[in-house]
Design a protein around this ligand. Structure first.
Ligand code: CP
Ligand code: NVA
Length: 289
């Protein structure tokens, strides 16, 4: 099995490593005697808790580092902060507004670092969402519609689709957003700007996320531009009969998704939330084997 040290972007993994992670057996006490720091510069419910409980289940100890209580908020340098953490910790789960800080941190912190969400990407979310999709349909041979903002979660999904060719990914987002990105887009990925231009009948999974992410300013203009890109029951009725709705959460019901879809039988958002813990335990086992 090939090894990687850090998981900063989905593209850190290759196809066989993704399969190895998904098919691994669980519940070895692989983190026994290990101390893993959780450093969150911004809010989190699922990522913080799913990693904390997952680390406990793997026999490890998690340390919830209070960012505001570190001397970095009294002007200790970034370098010295991460060198100090390297003296004590065996791994770090790090959420930051600035993806470059994750890359910089790897220069000073020499043990595994996992991206717990940055402005650029949210690879743990997509790893566990693809695990959920595979669990639900039995394979990733699926047409996914991502609709709404092309944000950090969408970026990780695109990186995943670039590696996993059986995914057929359609992205529907306003022109001003799709024109502003310069991501690598594989031949199994299409971008459309109008939902009426997409034949939805084979779509088996509709994914979306909030219109305004944590790193965005609260932007009324962006909300109004994204309004036509909300998921509602009319859209879902045009998709495959066995289609599902996915959302990484937290959701703003009534904005990117209507209440009747969010609470419908098609919605598997709580299975997704639960599987954050399942898939991240598999990731931890993979990184710390
Ligand atoms: N989906 C997700 O990462 O949720 P949190 O922001 O609550 O961690
Ligand atoms: N795109 C969202 C994801 C939250 C899990 C954000 O960055 O706020």
């Amino acid at each position: 099995m090939n090894m990687i040290k850090n998981f900063l972007n989905f593209s850190d993994l290759n196809y066989s490593q993704i399969n190895d992670i998904f098919s691994s057996q669980q519940e070895s006490k692989i983190l026994e005697g290990k101390n893993i720091g959780l450093l969150f510069e911004k809010h989190s419910t699922r990522t913080r808790l799913s990693f904390s409980v997952g680390i406990n289940k793997l026999g490890g100890n998690f340390i919830d580092i209070k960012f505001q209580e570190l001397n970095i908020s009294r002007n200790e340098s970034f370098e010295d902060t991460f060198k100090a953490m390297d003296c004590y910790l065996d791994g770090l789960i790090y959420r930051t507004n600035d993806h470059q800080k994750l890359t910089q941190a790897t220069q000073y912190f020499k043990k595994p670092i996992i991206n717990a969400l940055s402005d650029l990407s949210h690879p743990c979310q997509i790893l566990s969402d693809l695990f959920t999709l595979k669990e639900h349909f039995g394979s990733l041979n699926c047409q996914i519609l991502w609709i709404g903002d092309m944000n950090n979660v969408c970026f990780s999904l695109v990186e995943a689709a670039n590696i996993i060719n059986e995914i057929d990914l359609i992205i529907c987002s306003p022109t001003y957003i799709s024109n502003s990105i310069n991501w690598k887009i594989g031949s199994n990925i299409r971008i459309a700007n109008d939902i009426n231009d997409i034949d939805l009948k084979n779509v088996c999974c509709v994914m979306t996320d909030v219109f305004i992410s944590m790193n965005d300013q609260d932007n009324e203009e962006k909300i109004s531009q994204l309004k036509p890109y909300s998921v509602n029951s009319e859209l879902m009725s045009k998709t495959a009969s066995n289609s599902i709705f996915m959302h990484c959460l937290p959701a703003k019901v009534g904005f990117e998704v209507s209440g009747d879809v969010f609470h419908s039988d098609k919605s598997i958002v709580w299975q997704q939330a639960y599987n954050r813990m399942v898939a991240q335990k598999k990731l931890l086992q993979f990184l710390f084997q």
